[in-house]
Design a binder for this molecule. Structure first.
Ligand SMILES: Cc1ncc(COP(=O)(O)O)c(C=O)c1O
Length: 390
């Protein structure tokens, strides 16, 4: 009986072109091997190509040799191996914060931050397009959740005015929105949090390594890092590895160490990951030319797609959607591009709102302008074939 219900649910997803399946994929720089084919990859978050960087591979292997393959316990028990302190010290210098804490993943970080900071006596103000991990953290916290219209600071202010005075107020936002590539109005959010006595939590998952003089993130790029209460970012995207960080005041980090259940009740990261993170934090600060190249490529790519007539939403970064609307069309677009040697995965509800299915293109600093010219020609040809552009 239960199995039948589950089967029906899967079939309903398939009818709406929302059924997901796993495909085996092996990435190799900006290429990927799928079904024996070598394809150009627009779907990875390995924005700087660090996932295959020899220096990081070496660091990972050295850490394994020195400390073994597993952390053997949670950090508060005996899993806090020496590389944690090294990595957190490097983070503090990089982010310019008083303290930092490494947690097991970006998902864990967001669920942990919100469920730890907010309880029944709090209100969380969350941008409607925030990542699922923020949505889940807000639910788990049991706080009252007010979702404001995407990047709409007037709507946020209306909601802040209505909130009960005595409640703790937490505003939370992605800095770069993961499926749209647009940027949160950070300066306005800082002004509002100050006016209404709220805390501001920012998720730099897609900006870490890419924005800011040393790749610290969008808050540094906008020179408002010191006004942010909690910085969160990941090592799983531009830094090529795995895991995430939370940074801020010493008291905030101590509070998390004592109350963040997804940090407390889980085995620490393996030494190989920590070794990689330590080196990634050092090298990312020096990779200015990679950042510049990625920004130049992204500007070029967006401009050409727009000129061709595609709807790329509000993207201003290295994440560029082509919004198609219908789920089936988005899937068909993706399949046709794959036939021409390009991987750009279709993103459908519930990841994005109904009626906004899209292909999400993410650029990598290891791509060349010549490769983009070829890809743009293919994308434009398929767009015309499908009547997406004229
Ligand atoms: C904005 C944002 N936050 C958090 C995460 C989760 O990070 P991780 O993959 O390290 O768990 C993602 C992942 O895609 C993300 O896009």
């Amino acid at each position: 009986m239960l199995w039948e219900e589950l089967q029906i649910h899967i079939e309903q997803l398939a009818e709406k072109a929302q059924k997901r399946t796993l495909i085996q994929a092996e990435s190799d720089g900006c290429f990927i091997h799928i079904d024996g084919r070598h394809l150009f990859n627009f779907s990875s978050n390995n924005y700087l190509g660090f996932a295959h960087d020899e220096r990081l591979i070496h660091a990972s292997m050295e850490a394994t040799r020195r400390y073994g393959v597993g952390a053997t316990a949670s950090r508060l028990v005996v899993g806090n191996h020496p590389l944690y302190e090294q990595a957190e010290d490097a983070l503090v210098r990089w982010k310019g914060c008083e303290a930092a804490l490494i947690v097991n993943s970006g998902y864990t970080a967001n669920v942990g931050i919100l469920s730890s900071l907010a309880g029944r006596d709090a209100v969380i103000f969350s941008d409607k397009w925030n990542h699922a991990s923020i949505v889940d953290g807000a639910i788990l916290s049991r706080a009252e959740v007010r979702r404001y219209r995407h990047a709409d600071v007037d709507h946020l202010e209306t909601l802040l005015k209505k909130a009960e005075r005595h409640k703790r107020k937490i505003i939370v936002t992605d800095t770069i929105f993961s499926m749209d590539g647009d940027v949160a109005p950070l300066r306005e959010l800082v002004a509002l949090k100050e006016t209404y006595g709220a805390m501001l939590v920012v998720d730099e998952a897609h900006a870490s390594g890419i924005y800011g003089e040393k790749g610290q993130g969008m808050a540094h790029e906008h020179e408002i890092a010191e006004q942010i209460d909690v910085h969160m970012g990941t090592f799983s995207k531009a830094l090529g590895a795995y895991g995430a960080y939370v940074a801020g005041k010493r008291v905030v980090i101590d509070y998390f160490i004592n109350t963040m259940r997804p940090f407390i009740f889980t085995t620490a990261l393996p030494p190989s990951v920590l070794g990689t993170i330590c080196t990634a934090i050092e090298i990312v600060q020096q990779e200015r030319s990679l950042r510049h190249h990625l920004h130049a490529l992204s500007d070029y790519f967006r401009t050409h797609l727009q000129q061709a007539g595609f709807d790329i939403g509000q993207s201003t970064t290295h994440i560029v959607p082509i919004i198609v609307g219908d789920n089936e069309r988005a899937l068909a677009f993706s399949v046709r591009l794959r036939e021409r040697g390009i991987v750009a995965v279709a993103i459908r509800p519930p990841t994005v709102p109904d009626g906004t299915a899209r292909l999400r293109f993410s650029l990598m600093a290891t791509m060349t302008k010549e490769q983009l010219d070829w890809a743009l020609a293919e994308i434009t040809a398929v767009g015309k074939e499908m009547g997406l552009i004229v």
